[in-house]
Ligand binder design. Structure first.
Ligand SMILES: [Fe+2]
Length: 386
């Protein structure tokens, strides 16, 4: 029997509470605050039961609150501006984000803006530094982004296709409570876990930032995803599967915080900037296998270290690049992943715009690329994903 133990840890600037009873610790962290803004998307905070639990605890602690439920998937910078205004105007002394990456990332940026001033774009383009911030508590209800334990936020600049990821702040306190994952639909279950998988595959194969620490958490992540993702897809209410996938995505969040993502995330940001309806993890899955061909060629030792968990035949040599590609393709196919870019309206003619974005506005996203990314390679990866 696998025990689902509750525990806490401190990483970066975050005190994280993990486990099926972890939310009870919220009480000690909201006491003494006067007014909280709870940030959510349209419905998942309610459906998961997390909003109800948080509200009960706020009532118990005599903290007044209001709910800001306007965050959408792939959020715009203007949504962060609107939330910052709501925090400022209400005089809230606490922000509680209940959601996945979109909600927590928007709350990260807005909690800084409400105390340090400026617009979201000032931070996205690094024209302004976060000096002060309203305290932020994150209740993470997906198992992909890792944003509950990292300092990054991703927003799309309005009126452009530019989806920018920046280091901005850690939440002060985070909760990973697997009981809130039991309503996460099957496709989201798959996409978010693929996100965690690519976080560690890129973190381990980054040009300079990999380390034995990153290798350790990443190896554990891949092993857990391989074991527990099929079980969660088979029965989305399997709480043990949710516990371990949540744990895996948290480890993957630490891996990218300590290292970095690179070409798979960079290309995906270009794609979901152009079409915000493309879920992040789905976009990564579509382009990931072909990207691994090039990544394995550039970093065969590091790539093989992780991919051996999926396919023991993989060797740390460049000649195994095709096998690396096929390993990921098969892994995803066995999980039922058969998405294509054409399902999201992309065609070969979009490749030019993706290349343009990657070599201009989004160039900073692949600073840690282990390979010399060229327009030819980007177009090849896109073509394979159509
Ligand atoms: Fe990601």
């Amino acid at each position: 029997m696998v025990v689902m133990k509750d525990f806490s840890l401190t990483y970066g600037g975050v005190k994280l509470y993990f486990g099926p009873k972890s939310i009870k610790h919220l009480l000690e962290h909201v006491k003494g605050y006067e007014y909280a803004i709870i940030v959510t998307s349209r419905s998942s905070a309610k459906v998961s039961g997390a909003l109800n639990d948080v509200v009960k605890i706020l009532n118990k602690a005599n903290v007044e609150y209001e709910v800001f439920d306007k965050v959408t998937p792939n959020p715009w910078a203007s949504q962060a501006d609107e939330l910052a205004k709501a925090i400022w105007e209400s005089g809230a002394d606490l922000v509680i984000a209940i959601g996945g990456g979109s909600v927590i990332d928007t709350a990260k940026v807005s909690s800084v803006m409400a105390a340090s001033g400026g617009k979201a774009v000032d931070y996205l383009y690094k024209r302004r530094k976060p000096k002060y911030m309203v305290p932020l508590i994150a209740v993470n209800i997906t198992h992909g982004t890792g944003t509950e334990v990292d300092r990054y936020a991703v927003l799309t600049v309005d009126g452009t296709y530019e989806k920018r990821g920046i280091p901005i702040r850690y939440p002060n306190v985070s909760f990973d409570n697997p009981k809130y994952l039991l309503t996460l639909p099957k496709n989201q279950t798959l996409y978010t876990s693929l996100d965690a998988f690519y976080h560690v595959y890129e973190a381990v194969t980054a040009k300079t930032l990999g380390s034995p620490f990153v290798d350790t958490v990443s190896l554990e992540t891949v092993g857990l995803i391989k074991t527990w993702l099929p079980k969660a897809l088979n029965n989305i209410s399997n709480i043990r599967a949710r516990y371990w996938l949540h744990y895996a995505s948290m480890l993957a969040g630490i891996a990218i915080d300590a290292s970095s993502t690179h070409i798979v995330h960079a290309i995906e940001h270009a794609l979901s900037g152009i079409n915000p309806k493309l879920p992040h993890g789905c976009g990564l899955g579509i382009i990931g296998a072909r990207s691994a061909y090039y990544i394995h060629k550039a970093k065969p030792k590091e790539s093989a270290l992780l991919l051996r968990k999926l396919n023991p035949r993989i060797k740390p040599y460049t000649e195994y690049a095709k096998e690396a590609e096929e390993t990921i393709r098969e892994f995803q196919k066995d999980l039922g992943f058969e998405e294509k870019l054409s399902n999201y309206g992309f065609s070969e003619k979009d490749a030019e715009e993706i290349v343009r974005l990657l070599f201009n506005e989004l160039k900073y996203l692949w600073d840690e690329s282990p390979l010399n990314l060229t327009a030819y390679i980007v177009k090849d990866i896109i073509k394979e994903g159509l």
